[in-house]
Ligand binder design. Structure first.
Ligand SMILES: Nc1ncnc2c1ncn2[C@@H]1O[C@H](COP(=O)(O)OP(=O)(O)OP(=O)(O)O)[C@@H](O)[C@H]1O
Length: 239
């Protein structure tokens, strides 16, 4: 399997002196093409930190983050921004849609920023909106959609084009069970098609969609499970 994401001995320390917090402590983590990896752990264990470092939205205090073999630290701001637009799809907890843009415009924006023509970007956006089950909402603005519909748009934006790494931070947080399952099914499908996925979740039944589960506690990986049995996850979640 091709390694898409590799964190090698990555630490992230916030603040200094008495207020110093080690959010991640020498974590080594990989996600390969075709693989969905769930990241679980108590609140404050470093899950979101791991994801933001993987997505190049933050930089480690030490260690290296490699995406498709490229060391994010050596890419420079422009190189990182380009990689984020072309290779990495990021689903935020709070959707992060642009209110003044329609669903289709939100989804096509990363492609257009990368120089894809408007018509081609719109066509790709419509395909992505179809994949998340809302092709008929292309011209709606975010405030004309339910939370579940907005999250589907956010997922479509994360998978549009040829994204090889999909990072999802509690993507089902505010959704009803059925919509949440649909979103996970889509993530799973994209990974089966060859993307690498990292899913931060508190829910053992959502982690059960993953090939592997990595447990964090106090910024350290405390366990890795290859099993996907819900019972095993429920037991491990009580670590
Ligand atoms: N910008 C920051 N400044 C200071 N401390 C921070 C910052 N970001 C995160 N932390 C701290 O780092 C630790 C890890 O935070 P992180 O958000 O990664 O945890 P998490 O596992 O995602 O938590 P949750 O499940 O509540 O989202 C926490 O102690 C948090 O308070």
């Amino acid at each position: 399997m091709t390694t898409i994401l590799k964190l090698d001995a990555v630490s992230r320390v916030h603040g200094e002196g008495a207020t110093e917090v080690t959010a991640l402590n020498a974590v080594t983590f990989t996600a390969s093409a075709g693989e969905l990896v769930a990241v679980m752990g108590p609140s404050g264990s470093g899950k979101s930190t791991l994801l933001t470092l993987a997505g190049g939205l933050d930089s480690p205090s030490s260690g290296t983050v490699l995406v498709e073999g490229a060391d994010l630290a050596t890419l420079g701001n422009q190189g990182r921004a380009r990689l984020r637009r072309t290779a990495i799809g990021y689903v935020f907890q709070d959707f992060n849609l642009i209110p003044a843009l329609t669903a289709a415009e939100n989804v096509s924006l990363p492609l257009e920023l990368d120089g894809v023509g408007v018509a081609k970007a719109r066509a790709a956006a419509l395909v992505a909106l179809g994949q998340v089950g809302i092709p008929d909402l292309a011209d709606r603005f975010p405030d004309e959609m339910s939370g579940g519909q907005q999250q589907r748009v956010a997922i479509a934006r994360a998978v549009v084009g040829d994204r090889r790494l999909i990072l999802a931070d509690e993507p089902t947080g505010a959704l009803d069970t059925e919509t949440g399952e649909d979103i996970l099914r889509l993530l799973r499908l994209r990974c089966d098609e060859g993307a690498a996925g990292v899913l931060v979740t508190h829910e053992p039944r959502h982690a059960a969609w993953a090939d592997r589960v990595v447990f964090l506690r106090d910024g350290v990986v405390v366990d890795e499970s290859g099993g996907t049995s819900v019972d095993a996850l429920l037991d491990a979640d009580r670590v």
